[in-house]
Design a protein around this ligand. Structure first.
Ligand SMILES: O=C(O)c1cccc(O)c1O
Length: 524
């Protein structure tokens, strides 16, 4: 099993020669930031402030603390932290030590954390203690039994020690594992290197015109690839700006923080953008500092896109990205019809885009097809997933994104749909097969099919079509949902709707037709 699929030597050479890969580690990068921006404020969490110098120092102490525990270079550490100031010293400290954070979301539960800890042989798990009335100590206790390599369960307040100066990490090393949205039964892990990720961060900061005057509100979960790097908290630090940690993305929490900290930009998923637009129309909180709202994670409707500037008084930027790599942005000087009606164009001149039909043949210019991509910050393989990699990538290293897009002459992409078996629930990606596998574990369930159904706010919700076993006692929708919850799945993956049927609609060749199921056809 391969942990990491390297870029071919010729491609790597090209990316270095072009200046994309600069041979810089996150640790060296952070030292450079501390030297340049030392006393400026880097991170704000409530009344607490970290300057660039104190962030660098805190990262070193975190690295020292992990080393004292016996964690070393190359070890995996599951990180499940919400938007709190400590997120950055923990993650930057692990980078400095050369240990690999494995990013998970606060909403993940026993099924996800247990799988991820076991699949990565994680030696440590960092959690927030109690957050949003959920006790992660209990989750940690449950997970410990199923992850044999797990030796340390840590809350961030316990990781202080002597400073550590890391040296032997190299920029070509994997820096961390990010979680894939995925379409398979178990979540896949994405290995990103210092070189490739820092390129996407630097280039994103430039495209988004960040500066030391930028004040970024981290409203979406900070461990999400969007919030972390597009340009996200890392891009803002790169520019010498200020990151404001927002504990929840609701207007009630976020708007006062925008006013108090004079926030200049933030990033949202479409359902939150709708909520913000509604709230801003009736709010007297001063949002005048806001210059840019980024929206990504799912398709924003053209109508909502058009309302951003008049209602919030700031520019809109659409972002279409994936933790596997490729990120597209609309640009500040794009004409309004491109900003409102497209999902942007790639970061890099060396992002290769192919749009193909089901036989991998290029479609005509402007036609809708499957998006394939490769480039200087797009992975060539998932972590320890050789069999899946054989289908998720072409023989010549293009990643099959599973998205259906068309490309305009300007290079901008319009997302038209999706070919992968996934539900995009307001930006939270759900692999149908993962939920189906949990439902199939119920003794009364004969077969199940999980599909997306349209929703005016979230864009899509999940519906589970269930066929019960002959003679099994009847189940209610509530019992089915409670069963999925009892399996320890994140709440966003619990089916919104459950329908009991006696058979599934079929395609002409006798396979289950998820397309017809989504439309509610052929049911009995
Ligand atoms: O995964 C995503 O949806 C995403 C969206 C915007 C920007 C990104 O980097 C992303 O990974």
């Amino acid at each position: 099993m391969n942990d990491f699929t390297p870029w071919p030597g010729s491609a790597a050479e090209r990316y270095r020669a072009a200046g994309y890969w600069q041979g810089e580690t996150f640790s060296a990068w952070l030292n450079g930031l501390a030297a340049r921006f030392g006393d400026r404020v880097a991170v704000v969490d409530g009344a607490r402030r970290w300057t660039y110098a104190s962030l660098n120092e805190a990262a070193s102490r975190t690295a020292g603390a992990f080393e004292d525990l016996g964690v070393s270079r190359g070890d995996r550490v599951v990180v499940q932290l919400p938007n709190i100031g400590e997120f950055l010293p923990v993650v930057l400290g692990l980078f400095r030590l050369g240990a690999l954070p494995v990013f998970t979301l606060p909403s993940h539960r026993r099924a996800e954390i247990g799988h991820i800890a076991a699949a990565t042989d994680a030696v440590a798990y960092v959690h927030p203690g109690v957050w949003e009335r959920f006790d992660y100590h209990e989750l940690a206790a449950e997970v410990s039994g199923t992850a044999p390599a797990l030796r340390h369960v840590i809350t961030p307040d316990t990781v202080r020690s002597r400073p550590f100066e890391g040296t032997d990490v190299s920029a070509g090393d994997v820096a961390f594992l990010q979680l894939s949205g995925g379409s398979t039964g178990l979540p896949k892990l994405i290995p990103r290197t210092h070189d490739d990720y820092l390129y996407s961060v630097r280039a994103s900061a430039e495209i988004c015109r960040l500066s030391s005057e930028t004040v970024y509100l981290a409203a979406l979960p900070v461990a999400h690839n969007f919030t972390m790097s597009s340009p996200g908290v890392l891009g803002v630090l790169h520019a010498g700006g200020r990151v404001v940690m927002c504990p929840a993305p609701s207007p009630a929490v976020a708007f006062p923080l925008i006013a108090a900290e004079r926030v200049t930009m933030t990033a949202l998923v479409p359902p939150l953008a709708l909520v913000w637009l509604d709230a801003a129309a009736h709010s007297d909180v001063d949002l005048s500092s806001l210059e840019l709202l980024q929206v990504g994670g799912a398709r924003l409707s053209d109508e909502a896109a058009a309302r951003v500037e008049p209602v919030l008084g700031c520019a809109l930027q659409q972002v279409f990205g994936m933790a596997e790599g490729l990120v597209n942005y609309t640009r500040h000087d794009d004409p309004p019809e491109l900003v409102v009606g497209t999902q942007g164009r790639p970061i890099s001149p060396d992002d290769e885009i192919r749009i193909v039909n089901a036989s991998d043949v290029e479609v005509a210019a402007g036609e809708v097809g499957h998006l394939l991509t490769r480039g200087p910050y797009t992975i060539r393989g998932y972590y320890r997933a050789d069999a899946h990699n054989a289908v998720a990538f072409t023989a010549d290293g293009f990643y099959r994104t599973g998205d259906l897009v068309r490309q305009l002459p300007s290079g901008h992409l319009v997302v038209e749909g999706r070919a992968k078996d996934q539900i995009n629930r307001g930006g939270e990606k759900i692999a149908a097969e993962e939920v189906e596998n949990h439902l199939l574990a119920h003794p009364a369930v004969l077969d199940v099919s999980v599909v997306a159904v349209p929703d005016p706010v979230l864009g899509e919700r999940t519906c589970a079509y269930v066929i019960l076993r002959a003679g099994a006692a009847a189940l209610t929708a509530g019992e089915v949902r409670a069963f999925v919850r009892s399996r320890g799945l994140a709440a966003y993956k619990i089916p919104d709707r459950v329908e009991f049927v006696s058979e599934f609609p079929q395609t002409a060749v006798g396979k289950i037709s998820k397309a017809r199921l989504r439309r509610g056809e052929g049911l009995s």
